[in-house]
Design a protein around this ligand. Structure first.
Ligand code: SF4
Length: 332
């Protein structure tokens, strides 16, 4: 169980059931009251080198903005939900672009309000819309602290319309296996070669556990997807990604293989990542490679066009070799 070093919380959380539960659960952890989870001066002033230590804190508040963003991939909308940030430390984490070094885990206790809004929005829509509830955090990880994923699936199952989806890099799926999800949930496991997980995705589940989790979710009749993401073009990337697909092919159950779809996403990196990673993880590998990367505006980097095209062709070829019958939803 994650025991934070410290908790910063907005006083209003005492008015919510989950807020009370968390304060009780962590009654022995030192706490500070804050005005707003978005602006904790003490945290803002810390050095990048303290990034890993900062992630040992938990911030609890209420979510005030509930703006949906249109999306055209697995979901129709990205929806702000019960958490943002994470206690793991993937060196490319997209949340660092939004929150900089303050990408620690924030929990929002007004979950009823957020789920009601999704259910009402789904009811009013003409189509059966899908809502991405995990674009700001990892709900399988969050569930180990709040039980929110279990709560969400149980409270969403009777919604007359709509689907929910979330990606994860964690294998702690057992609590949701026996739930009556009514086929309204698409769970998507994000995977990478073991060498990349070990060197880049600090604090996440190992590949073997993630593959086992996919099999368990398939067995529990969840709709399932696999994200090969982010694809990182390290020196021996071709060998690593081909071995990854081979391992997947050998270890996925038939039930999983029969229904899984894929999303392939190449890594984008940024100046902010470089600064934080250089200071927080000086011994780690350097993901920025100017020979194959180019600027993409607003301090972001992507792989150069020709490099990316070659990589995309290679990935399509090996996908075809190992998973000829599975759909690749998109490559981005
Ligand atoms: S698990 Fe996801 S949210 Fe957490 S650090 Fe890694 S990429 Fe970011």
């Amino acid at each position: 169980m994650f025991i934070p070093d410290g908790i910063f919380y907005e006083e209003a959380i005492e008015n919510y059931e989950l807020g009370k539960e968390l304060l009780e659960k962590y009654k022995d952890v030192p706490k500070k009251i804050i005005e707003n989870h978005n602006n904790i001066e003490e945290m803002r002033k810390k050095q990048n080198s303290e990034f890993a230590k900062m992630k040992r804190n938990l911030i609890i508040g209420t979510r005030k903005t509930h703006k949906y963003v249109e999306n055209h991939k697995v979901s129709d909308y990205l929806v702000p939900y019960t958490s943002s940030g994470c206690i793991a430390m993937c060196m490319y984490c997209y949340l660092v672009c939004n929150y900089n070094k303050c990408a620690y885990l924030r929990l929002f206790v007004n979950r009823e309000q957020m789920l009601d809004k999704i259910i009402n929005n789904a009811k009013k829509a003409n189509a059966n819309l899908c809502y991405e509830i995990g674009s700001n955090s990892d709900l399988v990880l969050e569930n180990t602290i709040t039980n929110n994923l279990v709560w969400t699936i149980e409270n969403f199952k009777n919604s007359p319309k709509g689907m929910l989806t979330f990606p994860t890099k964690f294998d702690m799926v057992d609590p949701i296996l026996n739930l009556d999800h009514k086929g309204k949930i698409i769970a998507r496991m994000s995977i990478n070669p073991t060498e990349i997980i070990n060197k880049v995705e600090f604090g996440t589940s190992r590949l073997k556990g993630r593959i086992e989790a996919i099999n368990k979710l398939a067995e529990a009749d969840y709709k399932i997807g696999i994200l090969i993401a982010p694809i990182i073009l390290v020196e021996n990337w071709k060998e690593l990604y081909e071995n990854l697909l081979k391992e997947l092919q050998e270890n996925l159950s038939n039930k999983a293989k029969n229904k899984v779809f894929f999303e392939l996403i190449f890594m984008t990196y940024s100046y902010v990542h470089r600064m934080i990673n250089n200071e927080a993880f000086p011994m780690a590998i350097n993901l920025y490679n100017p020979e194959i990367m180019t600027g993409r505006g607003r301090g972001k980097y992507m792989y150069k066009k020709l490099v990316r095209e070659e990589a995309e062709t290679f990935m399509k070829d090996i996908m075809h070799k190992y998973f000829p019958n599975n759909k690749i939803l998109y490559i981005s």
